[in-house]
Design a protein around this ligand. Structure first.
Ligand code: ADP
Length: 639
């Protein structure tokens, strides 16, 4: 695809590289053509005007001499001399003619007799005077001697100057209708002045006769040339008239290159003075003299106009092409930018769509996993509730197990006052029968006291056997120990166990659940009593100390201690060394768990002096503002 694109780009560039110069050339050529047409048209107009004016000038210039011979022919001096030329001095007439020549501004004035001999002339005093010359061959003589007006142009035989000749017959007797002219008066006009005036124009002007001989020309070298090569016949007849003497009448070398308009041509010269240029040639007849007047306008202004137009068109084309190129480049850049932006937009849209899909999928996954988590949390909560319930039930079971162990002592505790109450009651009845009210009353008082004692024991059991409220409260450590110890009151006394208290005077407080802490202490004391069963002097040491914001409660005995290999097992559930039916192996594991729940821990060591020591560690609590009623009251009761 990219290769195709590159190829096509390459082709485009090649096409432009060819098209732009071609367009430039075409544009320049077309502009040059238009300019040429316009310049040629202008040139033709100018040429026409100049030609018309020049022809009119020439016509006017010559015609103003037309009347001179007639006027002179009637002059009395001329006629008188002509009547008897041989007997008269020609000098007065010569002087007259010379004065006339000077006044009229002509070249020569001379008088021919009937035989065409020059008998008087204005140039009588010049070396090449006409006097004595015979001009019978000139048409101006033949025309005039037959009674007409004569006109002639050609080279003078003497002077070899180009001149125009006007002639008129001279009648000595003009009254007789049959009379013939007695002489001819001739006025010769030079044409150089006219040609000089042409030299000022920026064009070449020339006049051709009926034989296409260039008789007059603004450029001297053109004069006396044949416009076109002469045929032999033409040369023969010209030689016969001696109009142009012995001039070679070489061809001018003019070539018509192309016609322009109806009566003009583009011409050039193969040779001669004008061979370096190209001209617009226009021709106009001067019928009065049987001539053709030509004008040659150099094509230089046309060529200049062509160049200027071509260069201007080229410049304009360059500017337009440059502007077009810049515009095209900008358009291309804008298109590329737009295409890039479109691609970016599409990419962004695609990425956004993908992102949306991905986010939607992720959200779905998250919602699903959230739901799963919620389900799992709910499940765990239920499991935890079940576990707690099971735990509570286990704790209760362990409690009841301890109670079972206490049952014998309690039985004894209750039976003793019961028997005493019975005895006091029987004694009381007897004293009532004997009307010994005071004695009966004393017995009843004993009964009341004993029932109070029994109520106390019952309250202790009820307290221990109750389920935890799981309420966090501030507990007096010493009161809690005293209260647990009180459950073993009769057993301690009966077994003769020495109890040692080691704790500070001030009350130490911890945060926790009273029932549970009490249960832990009961478990530890119960285990210690069992371990010291066989001893002769058992001793139970209960100590409390405070260190690093923690309260440490120790229950130590002087029993056998715990074998080293059991130390790591005794906190495991159902680990027991006791005989079946004596222990469940749950006491320590439950106690350890309770301590963890209360934010503390339970540890065991064997004392160096023998016996095991269990230590409870709990965070210290500040003294409560209002003392907890239950713990305070109960601790007071048992103090
Ligand atoms: P049980 O008392 O039902 O056996 P416990 O979890 O309370 O269950 O005790 C586990 C075991 O730890 C006991 O069987 C006993 O071997 C040992 N033990 C606990 N306290 C002591 C102690 N003070 N001295 C020696 N051994 C003890």
């Amino acid at each position: 695809m990219s290769r195709l694109l590159r190829l096509s780009n390459h082709r485009w560039r090649l096409l432009w590289l060819i098209a732009i110069p071609l367009g430039l050339m075409l544009c320049m050529w077309q502009a040059a053509q238009l300019a040429r047409e316009q310049a040629l048209s202008n040139l033709q107009d100018d040429a026409e005007n100049e030609l018309r004016l020049s022809a009119a000038n020439l016509n006017g210039y010559l015609l103003r001499y037309d009347y001179l011979p007639q006027m002179l022919a009637t002059r009395e001096g001329v006629q008188r001399f002509l009547a008897s030329p041989d007997s008269q001095d020609p000098m007065p007439l010569n002087l007259l003619l010379d004065r006339f020549r000077f006044t009229a501004g002509v070249s020569d004035v001379y008088l021919l007799n009937r035989d065409a001999d020059t008998i008087a002339a204005s140039n009588w005093h010049r070396p090449k005077t006409f006097i004595g010359q015979n001009y019978a061959f000139r048409s101006y003589y033949t025309d005039a001697i037959t009674g007409g007006q004569g006109r002639f142009y050609g080279l003078g035989l003497q002077s070899l100057e180009r001149g125009y000749y006007f002639s008129a017959p001279v009648w000595l007797d003009d009254t007789s209708p049959d009379a013939k002219p007695d002489g001819v008066i001739v006025v010769k006009v030079l044409l150089d002045d006219v040609e000089e005036s042409w030299a000022e124009q920026d064009a070449e002007l020339f006049v051709t006769d009926s034989d296409n001989i260039i008789f007059m020309a603004s450029h001297p070298e053109l004069r006396m040339n044949a416009l076109y090569p002469l045929t032999d016949n033409q040369r023969d007849s010209l030689r016969a008239t001696r109009r142009y003497a012995m001039e070679p009448l070489t061809p001018s070398g003019m070539k018509r290159e192309a016609p322009y308009g109806s009566d003009s041509y583009l011409v050039s010269f193969a040779s001669g003075p004008l061979s370096s240029g190209h001209y617009l040639s226009l021709t106009r007849p001067i019928p009065e003299f049987g001539w053709q007047m030509h004008i040659l306008k150099p094509l230089t202004p046309v060529v200049n106009a062509q160049w200027i137009a071509a260069l201007m068109a080229g410049g304009l084309y360059g500017v337009v092409a440059l502007g077009g190129g810049i515009g095209w480049q900008r358009l291309r850049l804008r298109r590329e930018r737009e295409a890039f932006a479109e691609r970016e937009r599409q990419t962004l849209a695609r990425v956004r769509d993908e992102l949306e899909v991905s986010v939607e999928r992720r959200t779905r996954d998250l919602v699903a996993s959230n739901q799963r988590l919620s389900d799992e949390i709910e499940e765990r909560r239920r499991a935890e509730a079940n576990l707690r319930q099971t735990q509570d039930e286990l704790i209760q079971a362990a409690k009841l197990a301890v109670l079972g162990q206490l049952a014998a002592g309690i039985n004894h505790e209750l039976n003793q006052p019961l028997a005493a109450i019975r005895a006091y009651a029987e004694n009381g009845r007897r004293f009532i029968e004997l009307a010994r009210v005071d004695k009966a009353d004393a017995n009843l008082a004993q009964i009341v006291e004993l029932t109070q004692r029994m109520a106390d024991i019952s309250a202790q059991l009820r307290q221990f056997s109750r389920k935890s409220s799981e309420r966090q409260e501030t507990i007096s450590v010493q009161a809690c120990i005293e209260y647990a110890l009180r459950l073993f009151h009769s057993r301690l006394r009966d077994d003769g166990i020495k109890v040692v208290h080691q704790w500070p005077e001030e009350t130490l407080w911890v945060e926790g659940d009273l029932v549970r802490l009490e249960q832990v202490l009961v478990n530890l004391i119960s285990n210690a009593l069992q371990a010291m069963k066989e001893l002769a002097s058992p001793m139970l040491t209960l100590s409390v100390e405070i260190a690093q914001q923690h309260v440490m409660i120790s229950v130590a005995d002087n029993g056998p201690g715990i074998p080293e290999h059991h130390l790591s097992q005794i906190f495991e559930p159902f680990f027991t060394t006791k005989a079946p039916g004596s222990g469940l192996g749950l006491g320590l594991s439950i106690s350890s768990r309770i301590m963890e729940d209360l934010g503390g821990k339970l540890q065991v060591t064997n004392q160096p002096t023998g016996g095991a020591q269990f230590t409870i560690t709990l965070p210290c609590s500040a003294t409560p503002n209002v003392l907890p009623p239950l713990s305070v009251k109960e601790s007071n009761n048992h103090a």
